[in-house]
Ligand binder design. Structure first.
Ligand code: ADP
Ligand code: TYD
Length: 203
């Protein structure tokens, strides 16, 4: 992965319904209140490739697995060039909902080689911190269907998510910090605040 410095890149990773977006929003508010220049963003993005990816949610078989990977990579390249790199160069703190660990886990679980997926991401700045949310897959699925009132899309089927969870479990990048996402929203938030304090001081 490419090295660069100045701002901070903090990514939120894990299976669906583990509370990534909830915690990202809470943290964004705290940083904004403290006057820290922060950008909150997500992948897939809302750009052209992100929209193509969302069109797959209801019928993933429309494209081959390689084509699906190409779309996630194209979306990330655009995101890196237009949002992430400029923000980092300006010393901003970026909070990003999903990044290349999701590609390794989801497209890896679908059958692609995790090492190959990582090699396709060599253009992407390495995160300073990846908060890897883990909770039983059923907990996440229940939160999605009951709390958010949504049905499961093609990326969220339980059997597949078990394989995705296993991929996440097997990762050992030094920038990963695992978060027990079965706890309360408040407890997790406090945990994250404590964790990032030293990083913010280093800015
Ligand atoms: P993700 O972004 O990981 O898919 P969300 O943040 O959208 O997950 O959370 C999924 C649902 O679960 C939301 O309805 C949210 O309010 C709820 N939720 C998030 N964190 C928790 C938690 N720690 N305990 C209980 N419910 C939670
Ligand atoms: P999600 O965070 O749920 O976004 P949305 O708000 O659009 O539902 O991500 C969408 C799905 O895309 C999620 O199930 C994980 C999957 N995904 C991949 O398969 N590979 C990737 O590289 C990324 C970033 C996401």
């Amino acid at each position: 992965m490419s090295k660069r410095k100045k701002g901070l890149l903090i990514v939120f990773e894990g299976t669906d319904g583990t509370g990534k977006s909830t915690q990202l929003n809470l943290l964004t508010n705290v940083l904004q209140d403290r006057g820290i220049p922060v950008i909150s963003t997500c992948e897939p993005t809302n750009g052209r490739y992100g929209q193509e990816i969302r069109a797959l949610y209801t019928d993933r078989k429309k494209v081959s697995l390689e084509e699906e990977l190409d779309l996630f990579i194209a979306d990330r390249k655009e995101h890196v060039e237009t949002i992430l790199k400029p923000a980092l160069a300006n010393g901003k703190t970026i909070l990003c909902d999903r990044y290349y660990l999701s590609t390794i886990a989801y497209q890896g679980a679908a059958g692609l080689d995790p090492a190959y997926i990582l090699s396709r991401n060599s253009f992407a700045p390495e995160p300073d911190l990846a908060l890897l949310f883990h909770a039983p897959v059923q907990t996440g699925v229940k939160r999605i269907t009951e709390n958010r009132g949504e049905t499961l899309n093609d990326f969220e089927k339980e059997e597949y998510l078990q394989k995705v969870a296993l991929q996440f479990e097997q990762m050992n990048f030094p920038f990963i910090h695992r978060i027990d996402a079965s706890r309360s929203i408040h407890t997790i938030h406090q945990d994250i605040l404590n964790l990032i304090q030293p990083l913010l001081e280093s800015l």
